[in-house]
Write a protein that binds this ligand. Structure first.
Ligand SMILES: CC(C)(COP(=O)(O)OP(=O)(O)OC[C@H]1O[C@@H](n2cnc3c(N)ncnc32)[C@H](O)[C@@H]1OP(=O)(O)O)[C@@H](O)C(=O)NCCC(=O)NCCS
Length: 170
């Protein structure tokens, strides 16, 4: 069984540790080691994670194995992204050993349920154009709606697809 909890500042080191264990296998063949280091530092320092929660209104959910209490991965999302009726998934990462077991589906379903309760009509996310997670998102009902190249500084680019999943909100 998997329990989903909302992370507080206390769990931020757990989120950072999962990211550091997951990014090298996720992006090792897509991004340079220097870019991976740069992005992890920018997005996962404890100060940055704190700001995402307190200033940017990101919510982090952690998937935890109910019996062992082991943390398997996290998702972060933001309601009303850019004042639109959209919930943006900013991050979703599972430890390599916890991938392919239905936990990603559970987290996407949870965010979609919360987004619909919040009366947002769409769930949106960015994914690297070479990440095999694209097929996972398609399976979850997302479609590619746009391309985006984002300059993140230090000469690094994020070359993404924007994917969206419509929700049944009346
Ligand atoms: C992407 C990720 C969140 C998916 O979660 P997961 O728990 O591994 O996926 P699930 O086991 O819930 O898969 C759900 C469905 O998607 C399918 N799926 C998952 N990955 C797939 C892939 N690469 N290609 C095709 N289908 C895939 C599964 O077969 C399953 O289909 P089914 O329900 O019909 O059996 C997870 O693998 C992960 O953390 N990957 C590394 C980090 C990453 O890339 N994050 C995304 C950054 S944008």
């Amino acid at each position: 069984m998997i329990t989903v909890i909302q992370a507080t500042d206390q769990e931020l080191p757990i989120i950072r540790d999962i990211a550091y264990q997951t990014w090298p296998t996720t992006f090792g063949e897509i991004l340079s080691p220097a870019q991976i280091r740069y992005m992890l530092d920018m997005m996962y320092s404890l100060d940055s994670l704190k700001r995402q929660i307190s200033e940017q209104k990101h919510v982090f959910l952690l998937a935890q194995e109910t019996d062992s209490k082991a943390y398997l991965g996290y998702v972060s999302y933001e309601f009303d992204y850019k004042s639109q009726s959209k919930t943006k998934i900013h991050k979703i990462y599972l430890l390599p050993a916890s991938q392919g077991k239905g936990v990603g589906r559970l987290l996407i379903d949870k965010v979609a349920e919360l987004a619909a309760e919040h009366r947002n009509s769409t769930v949106s996310l960015n994914v690297n154009r070479y990440n095999k997670a694209i097929q996972f998102y398609e399976r979850m009902g997302f479609n590619v709606i746009d391309n985006e190249t984002i300059d993140i500084g230090d000469g690094f680019l994020m070359e993404d697809f924007v994917m969206e999943k419509p929700l049944n909100v009346t």
